[in-house]
Design a protein around this ligand. Structure first.
Ligand SMILES: C[S@@+](CC[C@H](N)C(=O)[O-])C[C@H]1O[C@@H](n2cnc3c(N)ncnc32)[C@H](O)[C@@H]1O
Length: 284
C-alpha cells in the first residue's frame, strides 16, 4: 500500500470516532506507515548521485598499480599474451599471487597461440595448464605441463570432457574463448561447479569490448551478489554471529559463491563456503 493510501485510512479511522478496536487498527497502520517510510528512505539511500563530485580529486599517496615489478608482469612481458594488452595482468596478479605455488590445475578456454599457456606454465610451477580451443591448430601448443583439447565451449559434453581430461577439479578457470554471451554464461554454469573448494573463475572480455552493449554477461554475474548475501527468511539480524550454516532453502550458489570482483571488461568469481569460511562465526 502507498503512503497516500495509508494516510487516507488514518483519516477514515479518525472520522469513525475510534473505539478500542479502532485504536489497535491505528497502531497497526502506524507500523505499516513506518515500514513504508523506512523502505522509501532506503530506496532513496541507494540512489548514488555523488553530491560532492564537483570537488577536485585529491592525489593518493600511492599509484594505481603499486607492484609494477611483479613475477606475472615480467612473464607477461616475456610471453606477450593478448591479455597483457588489455591490462588484465594487474588484476590476475592481485587474485593469484597468494596461491601461485599451490595451484595444481588451470583451464584456459581460448588458446590461439602458445603465449598464454607458456606464461601460466611458468607462473604456476606446480600446475598442469589445460587449454581448450575450437581451432584444431592449437593442439600444436602442447608440451611440458601444457595440454590442449579441441572443441566448442558451447557444447556441454565438451565441457564435461575437459573436467574428465584434467583428472580432477580445477583451481582456476579462465574463459577467454568465443566471447559470446551465450557461451560465457553456459560455460560458467557447466564449469563453475567443477572448481575446487576455493577455486576462482575468470571471464575475460565482457561488455562493449565484445559487442555486449547491454552488458548481458555482467548483468547475469551481478545477480550472484544475491547469492553471496543470502540471508535465511526469518533469521534475526542480531543473531548474525550464529549464522554459520544456511538452511535447506539456500541454493547451491548461496552455499558456494563467496565473492565477485569486477574490473573493466573482466570479472572474477570466487568459490568458497558461504558463510562457513568466516572462522569467527560461532559454529554449531
Ligand atoms: C582471444 S583468443 C585467446 C587468446 C589467449 N587466451 C591469450 O590470452 O593469448 C580466443 C580463442 O578462442 C577460440 N574460440 C572461439 N570460439 C570458441 C569456442 N566456441 N570454443 C572454444 N574456443 C573458441 C578461438 O579459436 C581463439 O583461438
Amino acid at each position: 500500500m502507498t503512503s497516500r493510501g495509508i494516510v487516507s485510512l488514518f483519516q477514515q479511522v479518525d472520522e469513525l470516532k475510534m473505539s478500542n478496536t479502532l485504536n489497535s487498527t491505528r497502531r497497526s497502520l502506524s507500523k505499516l506507515f513506518r515500514s513504508e517510510a523506512s523502505s522509501t528512505a532506503q530506496t532513496q539511500a541507494v540512489e548514488f548521485d555523488f553530491p560532492d563530485s564537483h570537488k577536485a580529486t585529491v592525489p593518493s599517496p600511492f599509484p594505481f598499480q603499486i607492484d609494477h615489478d611483479n613475477i606475472l608482469s615480467k612473464l607477461g612481458a616475456k610471453h606477450q599474451p593478448s591479455k597483457r594488452h588489455h591490462n588484465y595482468l594487474i588484476y590476475y596478479w592481485k587474485h593469484f599471487r597468494d596461491i601461485r605455488l599451490q595451484v595444481e590445475r588451470v583451464l584456459e578456454i581460448g588458446v590461439q597461440t602458445d603465449r598464454c599457456l607458456k606464461m601460466w606454465e611458468e607462473f604456476f610451477p606446480n600446475a598442469t595448464i589445460l587449454g581448450a580451443d575450437i581451432d584444431p591448430n592449437c593442439k600444436a601448443f602442447e608440451g611440458g605441463r601444457r595440454k590442449v583439447m579441441i572443441g566448442d565451449q558451447g557444447d556441454r559434453q565438451f565441457c564435461q570432457d575437459l573436467v574428465t581430461e584434467a583428472g580432477g577439479a580445477f583451481d582456476i578457470i579462465i574463459d577467454d574463448g568465443s566471447h559470446m554471451v551465450e557461451h560465457q554464461i553456459k560455460s560458467f554454469n557447466w564449469l563453475f561447479p567443477s572448481l575446487t573448494e576455493h577455486g576462482i573463475y575468470v571471464i575475460e572480455d565482457t561488455g562493449g569490448a565484445v559487442g555486449d552493449f547491454d552488458l548481458k554477461t555482467v548483468s547475469s554475474l551481478r545477480k550472484l551478489v544475491d547469492n553471496i548475501m543470502y540471508w535465511p527468511e526469518g533469521f534475526r539480524t542480531e543473531d548474525w554471529a550464529y549464522l554459520s550454516e544456511f538452511d535447506d532453502a539456500a541454493s547451491w550458489a548461496d552455499h558456494n559463491i563467496i565473492g565477485a570482483s569486477f574490473y573493466r571488461w573482466i570479472a572474477f568469481v570466487m568459490r568458497g563456503n558461504n558463510p562457513g569460511d568466516n572462522e569467527f562465526l560461532h559454529k554449531k
